[in-house]
Write a protein that binds this ligand. Sequence first.
Ligand code: ACO
Length: 324
Amino acid sequence: MAQIYSRIMATGSALPERVLTNADLEKFVDTSDEWIHSRTGIRQRHVVVEGETTGDLATLAAQRALDAAGVKAADLDLIILGTTTPDIIFPSTACLVQHRLGANGCAAFDVNAACSGFVYALGIADKFIRSGQSKKVLVIGAETLTRMVDWTERETCVLFGDGAGAVVLEASDEPGIYATCLHADGGHKELLYNPVGVSVGFKDEPNHGVRIRMSGREVFKVAVKTLDSLVEETLNAAGMDASQLDWLIPHQANLRIIEATAKRLNMPMEQVIVTVDKHANTSSGSVPLALDFAVRSGKVKRGQNLLLEAFGGGFTWASALLRY
Ligand code: ACO
């Protein structure tokens, strides 16, 4: 029997209209554009307004991807949504988006793998397609991380933004996705986490509620080291070497982490998609947003080889090597 691959038909993305620049932040946080830009590469981020949700951004990104693919929502047989900021506890945001798109009946679920959520979702979708279970799958990464940012905490609040990206995958005789690698190590929980939730309770400290805790310098070190071995593993799994890659589409957390991975792959920055300056860290939204920007700007073309990678809370880390 011929091998089945999953292939990206089209991409889409969505950002909140409201933009918060580093200069805007300087007005109410003890920080500076110089500090933020030199440490992270970030110049601005998009931020949701009151009432705007992860599901709103996800629905818009998904509709744009479906339109670009020429696929009707009713023809989907699976929706997987990577998010760590769902609209409500349940139903899953994937179910909320499914109904708004009009895809009722197909399987739909969320994946919580923090910043690796989209790449995890892509890896799972690929397995569904390769097994013959699904033919057309919508994969989304969507977040409103600024909903759990404490705007008085300068170590974290300058780093994050909101946004969503999506791809439509279809079963194909030709690649497609060559390899995906998914990993986690729960032993590093304390370095990057949000300690509140349903089972432990929502109020841990007065006036703080739901907020991100992060040991930035430690996360940085582990991320660089882990991504180094991840890209090697992914190339091996696909039977390729770095010279066959056309583009690196990394998680957009910090330009210095991105540059370290590019260096490891011996890729010039001209072959790396960078959107962290405009979007900041949108967690699960980051990789599909960068992919959609690269496709719609004409940088990424059909037939090119792309390496997608992400690292986030858990820790989780994941990659996909594919022919677009
Ligand atoms: N503005 C001005 N000064 C600041 C700010 C700010 N926003 N935040 C911290 N500082 C100060 C600190 O207080 C410290 O001051 P001190 O030297 O007087 O004590 C100084 O700047 C240096 O702080 P460091 O934490 O050492 O700065 P560093 O160069 O490590 O950069 C950063 C911090 C940007 C958080 C970096 O460590 C990083 O990006 N880490 C990765 C974290 C990350 O990306 N997390 C997201 C999720 S995981 C992922 O996506 C990879």
